[in-house]
Design a protein around this ligand. Structure first.
Ligand SMILES: [Zn+2]
Length: 54
């Protein structure tokens, strides 16, 4: 599915099984766990989204 890239705010790809996040614009390639930590650190507005996946 498409999610918002935490770096460039363009559409990034989240694997259906949540195994990875990739952005073709700024070349982010990380696991979903890393992504969660990254965006939680970067922007507290994302915490509402994260609570859906606990
Ligand atoms: Zn990006």
């Amino acid at each position: 599915m498409k999610i918002k890239c935490p770096d460039c705010s363009k559409p990034a790809e989240l694997a259906d099984d949540f195994s990875f996040v990739k952005c073709e614009y700024c070349l982010i390639d990380m696991t979903y766990g890393e992504y969660v930590k990254y965006i939680a650190y970067k922007d507290s507005r994302y915490r509402d989204i994260l609570s859906d996946y606990k």
